[in-house]
Design a protein around this ligand. Sequence first.
Ligand code: ATP
Ligand code: MG
Length: 443
Amino acid sequence: MKKATHFVCESCGYESLKWFGRCPSCGAWNTARQVTHVESERRRDVVEPVSLTGIITETKSERIRTGFSELDEALSGGFLPGQVVLLGGEPGVGKSSLALQISCHLASMFKVLYVTAEESAEQVGYRATRFDCRFKGNVVVLSENDPQAVLNTLDNSYRFLVVDSLQAMYSEQVGAYPGSVAQVRTAASLITERCKQLSIPALLIAHITKSGEIAGPKMVEHLVDTVIYFEGETNTDFRVLRVVKNRFGPSGEMCIFEMTELGLKQIDESFLIDIEEPPAGNCFSCVIEGSKPLVVQLQALVSKARSVSPRRVSNGYDLTRLLMLIAILERQTRLPLESRDVYVNVMGGLRITDTAADLAVACAIVSSLTEISLGRTAAFGEISLDGRIRPVHRIKNRLDALSKVELEKILLPAGSDLANGFRALKDVRSLLDVLGVRKVDSE
Ligand SMILES: Nc1ncnc2c1ncn2[C@@H]1O[C@H](COP(=O)(O)OP(=O)(O)OP(=O)(O)O)[C@@H](O)[C@H]1O
Ligand SMILES: [Mg+2]
């Protein structure tokens, strides 16, 4: 082992050979920490270059399936040998549960090394019993937080590795406190390097901070092949897994789980909507997150403002976009939204990014304000600043997904290549006619 010393900013991970008082990258003061980086001797080995034709390429069958078909699909078929996946999520969201369930599934085929640095081996055992893991003998639990000890244990007899979690890893050789950028990064790079050498796929668990970043700065994300985030309100049972980076497939893919006593269960989005007699303020939509069309239910509550500056709150839908939509609706339809609080929610704790949900959000807001129920209506279309409803991509896929739900009406952008039976809208003003709104008093 060779040791090298340098300075790392604890806030953003900026590195320098010299000490700095103020970080040149993020501007934070007194965040320079002297760290000793542990380099493995192997770096000095001379590596022979090889021709591309001499490199064995992946075949579909080489992918290791996790036991969750939707997760496999999101990962383009499963784990590749040597693929290192970072699983990030807020505390309590279900990271350890997912890692153990995958381990228990893979244990039916080969040996899995499960490194637990946060919980005791007994706690892992208790969870495995709760999940009714049938092949416990093949899941080898290592209760250890030293990355070097993990490297010493990991050998070719294992075909999958779990590290729970990176933040709990601590190496004395790195002169920094546990959970710091330097510790997390050293552990991640040492383990990643070994997994690549041995072609063992790995799942590294990392907590995310409130701002949604792993270990503060995104220092670990570039080290690994794939980054997946587990999202969800811990007060609901629904969890969404989103692929945010993938070297071996498309990113943006997602799948939905339900947390049960027996562990995480894959579900489809029909669990996240309530189609029975939707009251005013509800509208369905179809968004495309990753490659998958997803039927979602948007809800709005418009109420009299309690203060001079009305509240705008959004759960699952971009707040800036909501503010923009409210401004467009005010300007184009003259509806009295300036004196109302507006709350928007995507049902099931889902977070959506597709702007095609704009029209459904606008419909839900108008419906709540006017107290006119839209019934089983779905809407999709992007709304531009001038109030026009713009066509969105993959209309056919969206209509196919919506056809599985018993809807009465579908509103969509004019100019879309349509079959009969749908109502095509040109701009948000036409919404008032479609929704039967005559006039709303401003108070
Ligand atoms: N008996 C149970 N029945 C149903 N759900 C349970 C049960 N026990 C725990 N849970 C759920 O499991 C969640 C915790 O799962 P897990 O420990 O896998 O999360 P985590 O993301 O690893 O958390 P941490 O950040 O604390 O490590 C809890 O929030 C709870 O919802
Ligand atoms: Mg955990």
